[in-house]
Design a protein around this ligand. Structure first.
Ligand SMILES: NC(=O)c1ccc[n+]([C@@H]2O[C@H](COP(=O)([O-])OP(=O)(O)OC[C@H]3O[C@@H](n4cnc5c(N)ncnc54)[C@H](O)[C@@H]3O)[C@@H](O)[C@H]2O)c1
Length: 381
């Protein structure tokens, strides 16, 4: 075996063509970006985007966000000069699809979007996941920045570089890791969210604090009503808290080499619920809420989770107006959905179970019967 580069004499002079050649490769990439949480920062988004003189900006947004906040985005200094086009998708999970991805790619190439250009995702996490995946693939990868407008996107979805579209087989099946160049979270944008959309984001807030910290869990429990009323200071604090917890949790494993990640709390089950409903009729946060409550019930049945904590957690989720059980008769469809995910992954599924705030367990031997029972309300044994 000869190891080396082409300048290495031994490689050039190697007289034996049958001898294997080994060319070592080590590629490392560091992505550095800031998440700015600043009420009112939308008006300065161009400055934060750090756009070069010959860079054009392509905005991807959804119809609701564009009608509510498009004028403010375009009123920022320099925006009219830099924004070369705006692609507006329907405001729905269905926009996270290969079809929409293809339409955006075609739109960019027809307009001559170049590798130095910048995509800006202006919307909830459907828009940031879609835009990030377009950015990851267009011309083998271009820059994008997130200006998240939903609570869910500001506390979770717009950060961390996981980008994807859904397929009928599984949620987020087609995707990449592609970090944004910047995240600008303006909590003032959240003023136009209705209570159901605030609750949608609250599901990810609860997930984030449960996996990490008892103090953060207590803060969210005590400020939940203010959060659901959309009070400015609580929104600002909650977005800041969740952003810093998420980045702290991701830091040791930014590419999710370890699939037992605590951030998946509620998500294995939640994703199966969304897939089983064809990505319509249930919000992401609602599915995650059922997933978290189910995981808590699993934990109680296994003797891992104190019933008092599980009940407190489930009550908090319910207090936010989120569901905690699947509809009657739906459990078998969800279990089948989980079986399909298991088949795609080719190994046992792992469920994150909360033990106490800041402490989790990972179960990889949960049976279909256990799951079906935990998906519906049961005794807090
Ligand atoms: N990549 C990640 O790390 C990550 C993490 C969590 C969730 N997600 C993904 O996030 C998606 C859900 O995100 P979402 O809940 O933000 O969905 P979304 O983008 O569809 O937004 C929800 C709704 O809120 C509306 N909206 C957004 N901002 C608004 C505003 N300021 N005022 C009024 N209405 C507004 C949207 O138009 C939409 O109707 C799921 O696909 C999920 O898989 C991704």
């Amino acid at each position: 075996m000869v190891t080396g580069s082409w300048q290495d004499d031994r490689l050039l002079l190697s007289s034996n063509p049958a001898e294997p050649i080994r060319v070592p490769v080590s590629v490392q990439r560091t992505d550095t970006y800031d998440i700015l949480i600043d009420p009112g920062c939308l008006r300065d988004w161009v400055r934060y985007a750090d756009v070069g003189a010959d860079t054009r900006v392509w905005v991807i947004t959804d119809e609701v966000v564009w009608s509510l906040h498009g004028p403010a985005l375009m009123n920022a200094p320099e925006a009219h000069r830099l924004v070369a086009g705006v692609f507006v998708v329907p405001a729905a999970e269905a926009s996270k699809s290969l079809e929409t991805w293809q339409s955006v790619q075609a739109w960019l190439s027809e307009r001559g979007a170049a590798r130095r250009d910048l995509l800006v995702a202006f919307g909830g996490a459907v828009v940031s996941d879609l835009t990030g995946f377009v950015a990851a693939t267009y011309m083998r990868g271009i820059r994008y920045g997130n200006v998240p407008t939903s609570l869910l996107a500001q506390v979770d979805g717009a950060m961390g570089g996981k980008v994807a579209v859904n397929s009928p087989e599984a949620k987020n099946l087609i995707g990449a890791f592609h970090h944004p160049s910047f995240v600008l979270s303006d909590p003032n944008l959240l003023r136009t969210l209705d209570r159901a959309e605030l609750a949608n984001g609250v599901a990810e807030v609860i997930k984030t604090v449960v996996i990490e910290s008892s103090a953060a869990f207590d803060y969210v429990a005590s400020s939940l009503d203010a959060l659901l009323r959309g009070e400015a200071e609580t929104l600002f604090r909650t977005v800041s808290l969740c952003a810093s917890i998420k980045m702290h949790v991701l830091a040791p494993d930014p590419y999710e080499d370890d699939l037992r990640r605590s951030l998946n709390f509620g998500h294995t089950i939640g994703h199966a619920i969304e897939t089983s409903q064809g990505y319509a009729g249930i919000r992401h946060g609602e599915a995650i809420a059922i997933g978290m409550a189910t995981a808590a019930r699993l934990g109680v049945r296994r003797g891992l989770t104190a019933p008092s904590f599980a009940q407190r957690l489930v009550a908090l989720i319910e207090h936010a107006g989120l569901p905690v059980v699947v509809n009657d008769g739906e459990e078998s469809r969800v279990v089948q959905g989980l079986d399909a995910i298991r088949a795609i992954r080719g190994r046992a599924l792992r469920f994150v179970v909360p033990i106490t705030p800041g402490q989790i367990a990972i179960l990889d031997d949960v049976t279909a019967a256990e799951l079906a029972a935990a998906l519906i309300d049961g005794p807090w044994c």
